[in-house]
Write a protein that binds this ligand. Structure first.
Ligand SMILES: Cc1cc2nc3c(=O)[nH]c(=O)nc-3n(C[C@H](O)[C@H](O)[C@H](O)COP(=O)(O)OP(=O)(O)OC[C@H]3O[C@@H](n4cnc5c(N)ncnc54)[C@H](O)[C@@H]3O)c2cc1C
Length: 238
């Protein structure tokens, strides 16, 4: 897919969902232009001050929806970007440059399976990619999503991912909880622990998103298991 040239957009806050202390979701209705064509995995650069400061946020909605876009943030950094979003009222207008970035699914056909590894808000581009691959592109390659969080209470979109796994047998959802209670029956620890216990899929492409440290740890693990660098794609949030 040829990536679309980025444009300046005006968009209006249409909805705001405070999921929990870990995640906040913002839905923007496009005003001018009123249509955004993007590839799943791309992001927008939002103007957050009159002095020209900007913050990047990945688009978590499906590219099938082109009149609005959704972003998901972890408000923990409490910096200027977080405050900017938190101070927006419904109907307020924002300016952004989009679509940006090359963290998109490889379309060469070389990857026979797809493995997504996220920690925290690193889930955002993967929600867009997975919705697009399964629902729109009807992609039948095996896909696994490993999502690392500290506490199970932080988790959102669990029903959505579980429903996708039920409806699309080629998709598996593996949440990984580092501070899990006794009752937690799925992967515990770090995403690298989870990747270590599951056998790697043959000829897979690996997509990593989250902190620099997590990305470095996963690359080290994959490299030690013989995964070629060309098969590893990454988006560093911080
Ligand atoms: C391409 C790209 C896409 C991004 N997409 C998203 C996204 O979809 N959702 C999202 O929440 N963030 C995303 N980020 C990070 C985002 O741009 C902001 O840095 C983040 O929202 C915090 O903004 P802030 O202004 O509050 O703090 P900042 O002033 O940006 O950061 C303050 C400090 O916190 C660090 N930091 C940033 N994010 C985190 C975090 N989650 N946990 C711990 N420390 C952090 C920064 O490195 C910095 O040291 C993305 C970054 C890039 C480069």
């Amino acid at each position: 897919m040829t990536l679309t040239t980025p444009h300046q957009y005006k968009a209006r806050l249409a909805d705001k969902l405070i999921h929990n202390a870990k995640f906040e979701q913002y839905n923007f209705e496009l005003v001018e232009p009123n249509q955004l064509k993007f590839a799943a995995g791309q992001y927008g650069s939002f103007l957050i001050s009159d002095q020209g400061h900007r913050r990047s946020w990945s688009i978590c909605s499906s590219p099938a929806i082109d009149h609005s876009l959704e972003i998901l943030i972890d408000p923990a950094p409490k910096g200027a970007g977080t405050q900017f979003l938190q101070n927006l009222k419904l109907g307020d207008e924002v300016q952004l440059l989009a679509p940006l970035g090359k963290f998109t699914i490889d379309e060469s056909g070389a990857e026979k399976a797809l493995v997504f590894v996220a920690t925290g808000a690193g889930i955002t581009p993967f929600r867009s990619m997975i919705l697009d691959l399964l629902q729109v592109k009807k992609d039948t390659r095996p896909m696994i999503l490993h999502w690392g969080l500290r506490y199970v209470e932080e988790m959102i979109w669990q029903n959505e991912f579980q429903e996708l796994a039920e409806n699309f047998p080629n998709f598996q959802f593996h949440p990984v909880i580092s501070k899990a209670s006794q009752e937690w029956s799925m992967c515990r620890g770090r995403v690298t622990d989870c990747l270590n216990v599951h056998q790697l899929l043959d000829h897979a492409g690996y997509y990593l998103c989250g902190s620099e440290q997590m990305i470095a740890d996963v690359i080290q693990l994959l490299s030690a298991k013989g995964v070629a660098p060309a098969r590893i794609h990454r988006e560093k949030f911080y």
